[in-house]
Design a protein around this ligand. Structure first.
Ligand code: FUC
Length: 795
């Protein structure tokens, strides 16, 4: 990514770097360089809970109101008895800005700045007079510090003053006797929770000639040949229950260790560590002349030119952002990843778990970054602890649950008001990531270790489900379909047994049933789950041919709401399939068409995945075009900033990750009983292309895949676990050695490719169903051995 202009004062022009612990936005301004700093554990507040236990005594009454159609009364009651009376969630906080103020900056020429996502290094350069100045900055993975290197083409030309500014009201900037610049502070209180996270930042310089001096609040470099700036930030956070760490000691330890190394040494180790992740996937969708322009111009042109490399760049940038924001042992990527400059960020820059936080982790397994799933999986484990008390204190159930938001303290109470907060599936949905991680790795010891958490998520539902008095299915009540309400409910979102919830409960039960079978345990519990599963509400197809969002046929075909939660069953779940459930597939398509394309950033990202699952590459590509429009160009607002951050707006990183996952889904899918290659290749990418390194369920890795004119020329699949490889491809193929391939027959014997039968939908007599016309595909079975590679070529 590169630009001909500095960022100016616009944060969304600055370029992000990060190592999963430290994040920074680098502005690249000539007069004053700004490095806006974040640290992953720097959050407002301190360990706290936010449950409202009043509901426990009024649950029966609440349910009756909902079942009697008195949603508004139920909502008023929920605001009193369910919504938290304390914290609505704490905020991810900025540390401050390191500023380098230069004495020579006027009349610069040849300005250039870039973010090299193959190396995770940001560079800025410009010329003043006959001196070329350059800056390079990285957030080192192995060394845990941010390091900037400044050089000039003429000796003794580097002169600047370094200072800190911060929006944190309880922070102090000083210099030390050994000429370090430091910032130390305590975060703010928020919503009645005392801010107790302390942070420390230390900046130390290494000069090649020239002089370094200090006053009370700044460091002055004069006439150096080159300068290396080492930046270390740490907090006292140990985990969500314990903040007894020593931020001073930590910040100093990282700094001292790194300071002994040169920029070249740090840079080399950093690039190696980064590429260990990044290089696992390579993709080429073609390159045209359009790729020669600066990134911001390509963004402007994307909708009117043929620039397939821009989609490649955006896909790889999603991987770059995930590697930079989410590292084992760190916090999961939040609504803004690890990049926030505001004291009061939008939605607290926390974790919204009715879609956004899960979306962040959609690309992680398939784009070969599985170990970066860890921070999210760790959060789920912690939610299972805090959420156990919430389940007990609020709803009197066993197991664990979470509502629609959480934060670094793993709060699991209901927040933001009844319209948004009465959603009980934060545990159910996030727990499915544990299972997904298993499906890709096949690691049974891991599965055994997370089984109690999966079981706990199911146990909550076994205690919480109630029989619907009219329909007699087992339903969740109170319930809601995230953030949407049918007109029939007088503006209230409260309901019972909404489609998304039924789909999530179905998944949670299936997962435990399968996991228990693999681990050979819990026969009685599995029996209970099977019985209860058979009493869950099936999906409904309503009067307009749509997939119903609610149990009653009350959808509005002109509703363009950004949440289309009932399509959870199409993606990321797999209950709706073109091959297995044609009626539901048709209904899901009708729903997608009725809801329309353009929306907020993350909603468009989700739609890329849905259209990929619809096997409609051109429609998926249209959504990519909508998403890759400069912010402001779409009527509904969603789009992309110059630094390719996704715009809700404002900036929210989920859209980046959603679209990255969607591009992977267009090229390969492995959820629906086979490894499906090129399921949704848009015409614009058909000519020629290749990708290597995508991962599929059951331990398969597509080592390389080449296509031409929409047909697969050659594919090499590595089998890491053995078992049947059922391959679905758009053209006839044979083995690389010329042998014919066996046509697939019967159920796929590969245990990682089992699909649970979706209950038959209830169909409105008024519905018109257009059964799908599917493109012909070839389906083969290839028995594989663990560790072997298999080459298949077009026939
Ligand atoms: C949900 C969404 C909003 C936003 C917020 C962070 O509330 O409905 O669009 O993404 O999360």
């Amino acid at each position: 990514m590169w630009y001909n202009q500095p960022s100016g004062t616009t944060w969304e022009n600055a370029l992000p770097i990060g190592n999963g612990r430290l994040g920074a936005m680098v502005y690249g301004n000539v007069d004053t360089e700004t490095i806006q700093l974040n640290e992953h554990t720097l959050w407002s507040g301190s360990p706290n809970r936010n449950d409202n236990p009043l509901i426990l005594d009024s649950l029966a009454e609440m349910r009756k109101l909902i079942f009697d159609g008195k949603q508004k009364e139920a909502e008023a009651m929920a605001n009193r008895t369910i919504i938290s009376k304390t914290s609505q969630g704490q905020m991810f906080e900025p540390a401050g800005n390191l500023r380098l103020v230069f004495d020579t900056y006027k009349n610069y020429t040849g300005y250039y700045r870039e973010l090299d996502i193959e190396k995770a290094i940001q560079k800025t350069s410009y010329k003043i007079g006959d001196v070329v100045y350059s800056r390079e900055v990285l957030a080192s993975f192995p060394d845990r510090v941010i390091v900037m290197h400044l050089t000039a083409s003429k000796p003794h030309s580097v002169t600047f003053t370094t200072l800190f500014s911060t929006p944190q009201p309880k922070a102090k900037v000083t210099t030390t006797s050994n000429k370090e610049l430091t910032i130390a502070g305590t975060v703010i209180d928020h919503e009645g929770v005392e801010g107790k996270v302390r942070f420390k930042g230390i900046v130390r310089m290494k000069l090649d000639e020239g002089t370094l001096s200090a006053n009370d609040t700044s460091l002055m470099v004069k006439d150096a040949n080159a300068v290396t700036i080492y930046i270390s930030v740490a907090t006292n956070f140990n985990n969500y229950q314990d903040i007894s760490g020593d931020e001073n000691e930590r910040a100093a330890a990282y700094l001292n260790k790194a300071y002994s190394k040169s920029f070249a040494t740090i840079s080399k180790a950093h690039v190696e560590a980064y590429q260990n992740y990044f290089n696992r996937v390579k993709v080429d969708l073609g390159t045209t002349q359009a790729a020669k322009l600066p990134t911001d111009e390509r963004l402007k042109n994307f909708n009117s030119t043929n620039d397939p490399q821009f989609a490649t760049l955006y896909f790889q940038y999603g991987r770059y952002l995930l590697i930079s924001a989410s590292q084992p042992g760190g916090q999961p990527a939040n609504l803004q990843g690890i990049w926030n400059n505001k004291l009061y960020p939008p939605w607290d820059s926390k974790y919204t778990i009715n879609i956004n936080a899960e979306m962040n982790y959609w690309p992680v397994e398939k784009t070969n970054l599985a170990s970066l799933h860890e921070p999210f999986l760790q959060m789920v484990k912690e939610l299972a602890v805090t959420g156990q008390q919430t389940a007990k204190d609020m709803y009197g159930t066993r197991g664990w649950m979470a509502h629609h938001n959480t934060d670094i303290w793993r709060a699991t109470g209901a927040v933001d008001g009844a319209f948004w907060g009465i959603w009980n599936n934060g545990g159910g949905w996030t727990s499915q990531h544990l299972w997904e991680h298993y499906l890709y790795s096949g690691d049974k010891a891991y599965l055994a270790s997370v089984y109690p958490i999966l079981r706990g998520a199911a146990t909550f539902y076994t205690d919480f489900l109630v029989e619907h008095p009219r329909y007699h299915w087992l339903v969740v009540c109170p319930d809601m379909s995230p953030e949407n309400a049918p007109k029939a409910h007088q503006g209230s979102s409260l309901d019972a047994g909404v489609t998304m919830t039924n789909q999530i409960v179905f998944d949670v039960f299936n997962t435990v049933i399968q996991a228990a079978k693999i681990l050979n345990k819990d026969v009685a519990f599995v029996d209970t789950l099977k019985q209860m599963r058979s009493r869950l509400a099936p999906m409904h197809i309503g009067q307009y041919g749509q997939l119903q969002e609610w149990l009653d046929d009350v959808d509005d075909p002109t509703d363009h709401h950004r949440h289309i939660s009932h399509l959870y069953g199409l993606f990321p779940s797999n209950q709706i399939s073109p091959y297995r459930t044609p009626q539901l597939y048709s209904a899901a398509k009708t729903t997608l068409e009725q809801r329309g394309d353009v929306s907020t950033g993350w909603s468009m990202g989700w739609k890329v995945n849905w259209w990929a699952k619809m096997l409609d590459g051109n429609h998926a590509y249209k959504l990519i075009q909508n998403q890759l429009s400069p912010v402001g160009a779409n009527a509904e607002g969603g789009g992309t900033y110059n630094n390719l951050f996704d715009a809700h707006p404002p900036f929210q990183i989920d859209g980046n990750f959603g679209c990255t996952a969607g591009i992977a889904e267009m090229l390969m899918q492995s959820e629906d009983g086979s490894l499906h290659l090129l399921p949704a290749l848009p015409s614009i990418w058909q000519g020629e292309g290749n990708i290597s390194g995508l991962r599929a369920r059951g331990g398969f890795e597509v080592k390389s895949m080449q296509w031409k004119d929409g047909r697969i020329v050659k594919v090499i699949v590595k089998s890491n676990l053995g078992g049947n490889l059922r391959l679905r491809v758009p053209n006839k193929m044979k083995m690389g050695n010329g042998m014919t391939l066996n046509k697939a027959a019967g159920v796929n014997s590969n245990p990682f490719y089992q699909t649970e039968e979706t209950p038959k939908p209830v169909v409105s007599p008024k519905a018109t169903i257009r059964l799908p016309q599917l493109k012909t595909t070839w389906l083969y079975d290839i028995p594989t051995k663990k560790g072997q590679e298999y080459t298949m070529v077009g026939d």
